[in-house]
Design a protein around this ligand. Structure first.
Ligand code: PMP
Ligand code: GLU
Length: 385
């Protein structure tokens, strides 16, 4: 096997999701907190727009960087919602935000280039960086600081080899959200270093308690030119299976990614992109209602997990994950998760692949009924240790 591929760990979020589906199919009751996937259907108007495009014969290859009307609609969205000035020709649509990120690292990293990743992190970042030939450099973020990277930590991690820094706010797996002030302080460190900021804003709409999402690029004219803004349709419009994501960024990155995409996937599914145009026209009610439901679950789950003896739990301010610290039980996160699934049928994800072996991740993108039953089962498991 190719050495680059042999070294990759398969995505554990997807593996555990598949494992719980298998156990269910075999007749076992499983409460699955594994998948980071909203449990809502895609709004009908979006489906209708894709269906309409199909009927109208939008069944041919799309331009490599995406359908022009979608790139235009994304540029307008970034201006109107995020205050970001990108031209439509600075936008590239890909097969999911994951694919956008993969293409970006393949384009910006050369062998030995370092990419700074605040830890805990979404588990695909380091693997993507490694596949591109780059080297992930982890910054251990303190639980006491809600797992956010400080400017001093960032400063200390930058070397002459640093090519990029990833900012993921709201974050997966911890749910932290950086304030404008915090981002500005990080931007001050980054400015004048000539490094890229890869700002993964896929959870931008999923924030709680009046928290505001701030787009990284709008913060400082100094990092304006080097910021690559990544987003997608999976989370806000509950379109995970449509596989549509995008980024907007500097012309050299757009050019590189477009060339790369032209030899790999070509443009994403044509009629799906017409659904995405409709998604950008949707009134914000859909997401607002979804966030309201997530918020009820978050409040319950945070209260319940924090009340279990030995468990510490930072309150998430965004996304739909909670990342309790279970290190007091003296087990690896993998053993903890294996026991929890085996004994109580609760499927969650170990923290190790997220860079935190003392934690586990629950996604609360499942029904309140399952959350209550699963949380009770978690408590029983902990008491049995
Ligand atoms: N970034 C983060 C932080 C994520 O959690 C996900 C979830 N899969 C993605 C990007 C990409 O999602 P998708 O490929 O479905 O757009
Ligand atoms: N991002 C989601 C998660 O972390 C979906 C699965 C994946 O693509 O990793 O669970």
């Amino acid at each position: 096997m190719n050495r680059r591929v042999a070294g990759i760990a398969p995505s554990e979020t997807l593996a555990i999701t598949a494992k719980s589906a298998e156990l269910r199919a075999a007749g076992r009751k499983v409460w699955s907190f594994a998948a980071g996937e909203p449990d809502f259907d895609t709004p009908d108007a979006i489906k209708a727009a894709a269906w309409d495009a199909l009927k109208k014969g939008q069944t041919k290859y799309a331009p490599v960087a995406g359908v022009p009307d979608l790139r235009k609609a994304i540029a307008s969205k970034l201006k109107n919602d995020n205050g970001l000035d990108y031209r439509p020709d600075q936008v590239v649509v890909s097969n999911g935000g994951k694919h956008s990120l993969f293409n970006i690292f393949m384009t910006i990293c050369d062998a030995g280039d370092e990419v700074i990743i605040p830890s805990p992190y979404w588990l695909s970042y380091p693997e993507m960086v490694r596949i591109s030939g780059g080297t992930p450099v982890f910054v251990e973020c303190a639980e006491e600081n809600d797992y956010k990277m400080t400017p001093a930590q960032l400063e200390a991690a930058i070397t002459p080899k640093t090519r990029a820094v990833i900012i993921n706010s709201p974050s997966n797996p911890v749910g932290c959200v950086y304030s404008g002030e915090e981002l500005r302080a990080l931007a001050d460190v980054i400015a004048a270093r000539g490094i890229y900021v890869v700002s993964d804003e896929i959870y931008e709409n999923i924030v709680y308690d009046g928290t505001k999402h701030v787009s990284n690029r709008q913060l400082s004219p100094k990092i304006f030119e080097k910021t690559i803004t990544v987003n997608g349709f999976s989370k806000a419009a509950s379109m995970t299976g449509w596989r549509l994501g995008y980024f907007a960024g500097p012309p050299e990155v757009v050019k590189g990614v477009t060339a790369l995409q032209s030899h790999s996937t070509s443009g994403p599914n044509t009629f799906a992109q017409f659904g995405a145009i409709e998604a950008l026209k949707q009134p914000p009610d859909f997401t607002a209602n979804m966030v309201k439901v997530f918020d009820e679950r978050r409040t319950y789950l945070h209260g319940k997990l924090s009340s279990v003896k030995g468990v510490k739990c930072v309150k998430p301010m965004g996304a739909f994950y909670i990342f309790p610290n279970i290190s007091s039980f003296g087990m690896t996160s993998g053993d903890f998760i294996a026991g929890l699934l085996e004994k109580e049928g609760v499927a969650a994800v170990p923290g190790a692949p997220f860079g935190a072996d003392g934690n586990i991740r629950f996604s609360y993108a499942c029904s309140m009924e399952d959350i209550r039953a699963g949380a009770e089962a978690f408590e029983r498991f902990v008491k049995s240790l």
